[in-house]
Design a protein around this ligand. Structure first.
Ligand code: NAD
Length: 498
């Protein structure tokens, strides 16, 4: 019998009252392991009310004390790393080492937010006029919301929660309904770390819950991560309701392989980046672009045996390269794209569709797939597949290869493999993509830089984590003050332009 999960409001678990539930699967067996309540509008409003009530007290807690709560949370989460990783893996299907990475990259942003007393320091201009000083301060927004995807159930909520709480906001998180258990545990750990009840709330749900968050005037800002059509819809709806929004979408990340690249290193990078976590990463490499036919032939000769040798396994198998996809729906979608690729005339150099996990025939597994001779007009090139499928698009020249990611609708990440610094530098400067790796296949920036894609991969004008996150979760107030002195008494005006 699947267990029932809950919401987390005002520092306590709250059972679902809407009567609506979603299924949380064990991707290894295909069985439903839990039911997640899908909140209705009233339940979301209760979570927002709890956040609104708790926010002023939290904002009045000085930043150093807020940072200490984050520090205690880090200590608790690190002590619980193994069980957290197992829980995450059991609902997502990624391997335990991948799940640890998911948590670790999230915790690093909480570590970044520990510097909040310094990060919140404002600006001061002395003597802007006679007896006049101007200073600016950063204040929290109030109640903010996060709506997050299934593929990083720890990292992405933490990218939002860490900076938002550090800045003095309260938070309502609507995690993915596919794997809500780790976000719920994160909320419990924050409470245990000393966060006052109501400052962090988790409501589970689908579209109705999201709409309630977007339309409620008490919610000041929304941070979204997920697929591009939903990202655009959330961005537009937030604009309509006068809310600040940053909405990150899907991706089609290319890797250029130059003729001078170290091919063994490039292939190692491609295998991990294209097939790790079953390709369910927004920074997964899904397109390889060898430059020149000789490079293409040499690359394919190395790639094919490596893809054939990939070890697909249970998510609990430490030796597995990757585990099952998250749901049967996700698996069906990936299989559909393989059919589309074949219909479009791409060459399926490695076909993983027949893979079956012995004893787990109903699990959501698929073997690694590799397409060659993919062209830019094909749907398997234009659209995000989000599975263990790599497409090879052959380019005759560097300029042709550079145009591919630059002209693609998505613009999240991109990589180049080369030994030529001049080419690498030119590429980093000219490519129209938000995050660039030079001999780095998955260029996820470290916590104190910012993360964000361009074009259909990101709607809004500030990135996640790093200094942008502090700007996103605060608003600036500028104070002009005048203190009369004998010297300033006769001068009433600020300096003008003339
Ligand atoms: P998704 O868009 O299906 O869901 C994301 C969130 O939106 C979930 O919380 C979901 O409940 C909610 N949602 C879904 N449909 C909705 C609707 N019609 N109205 C309102 N809310 C809705 O995405 P997913 O499948 O969970 O995640 C995978 C996607 O996320 C991929 O496209 C991936 O590239 C993208 N992603 C992007 C980044 C990034 O930083 N750019 C990071 C991770 C994942």
């Amino acid at each position: 019998m699947p267990r029932d999960l809950s919401h987390f409001v005002s520092g306590a678990h709250a059972p679902g009252r809407s009567g609506q539930f979603g299924d949380v699967f064990d991707p290894n067996t295909g069985e439903v392991q839990a039911r997640v309540p899908l909140a209705d509008r009233r339940e979301v409003e209760a979570a927002i009310a709890s956040a609104a009530a708790a926010q002023p007290g939290w904002a009045a807690t000085n930043p150093q004390k807020r940072a200490r709560v984050l520090m205690k949370f880090l200590e608790l989460a690190n002590a619980e790393m193994d069980p957290l990783a197992r829980l995450l893996s059991s609902e997502h299907g990624k391997t335990i080492p991948d799940a640890r990475g998911d948590i670790q990259r999230g915790l690093e942003v909480v570590e970044f937010a520990l510097g909040i007393p310094h990060l919140l320091k404002g600006e001061f201009s002395e003597g802007a006029g006679p007896g006049i000083d101007v200073h600016s301060i950063r204040q929290p927004l109030g109640v903010v919301a996060g709506i997050t995807p299934f593929n990083f159930p720890a990292m992405i909520p933490l990218w939002k929660i860490g900076p938002a709480l550090a800045c003095g906001n309260s938070f309502v998180l609507k995690p993915s309904e596919r794997n809500p258990s780790v976000p719920l545990r994160i909320a419990e750990l924050f409470l245990e770390a000393g966060l006052p009840p109501g400052v962090l709330n988790v409501v589970n749900g689908g579209r109705e819950a999201v709409e309630a968050l977007l339309e409620d005037p008490r919610v000041q800002a929304v941070g979204f991560v997920g697929s591009s059509p939903i990202a655009q819809y959330i961005y537009e709806t937030c604009a309509k309701h006068g809310k600040r929004a940053q909405c990150f979408g899907g991706a089609k990340n290319h890797a250029l392989i130059m003729p001078d690249a170290d091919l063994d290193q490039a292939v190692d990078g491609l295998i991990g980046a294209a097939y790790g976590s079953a390709g369910e990463r927004c920074m997964a490499l899904s397109v390889a672009v060898p430059v020149g036919q000789a490079t293409a032939e040499a690359l394919m000769a190395r790639l094919v045996p490596r893809v054939e040798a990939l070890k697909v396994g249970l998510s609990s198998d430490d030796q597995a390269d990757y585990g099952p996809l998250v749901t049967g729906e996700a698996l069906a979608r990936v299989r559909r794209y393989i059919d589309i690729g074949l219909e479009e005339g791409a060459a399926l150099a490695v076909d993983g569709r027949d893979f079956r996990m012995q004893g787990h025939e109903h699990g959501f597994f698929i073997g690694g797939c590799l397409f060659d001779h993919v062209t830019p007009s094909m749907r398997i090139y234009r659209e995000e597949i989000f599975g263990p499928v790599l497409s090879v698009v052959r380019a005759d020249s560097y300029e042709e290869a550079l145009r591919l990611p630059s002209e693609h609708a998505y613009g999240n990440g991109v990589a180049i493999f080369t030994r030529d610094g001049k080419v690498a530098r030119d590429f980093a400067s000219r490519v129209a993509v938000g995050m660039v790796g030079i001999n780095v296949p998955v260029p996820v920036p470290i916590a104190y830089h910012t993360f964000g894609g361009w074009k259909a991969s990101g709607f809004g004008d500030l990135n996640q984590h790093g200094p942008d996150s502090i700007r996103f979760y605060t608003r600036t107030k500028t104070v002009t003050s005048r203190w009369f002195t004998a010297a300033s008494e006769n001068a009433f005006v600020l300096p003008t332009m003339d």
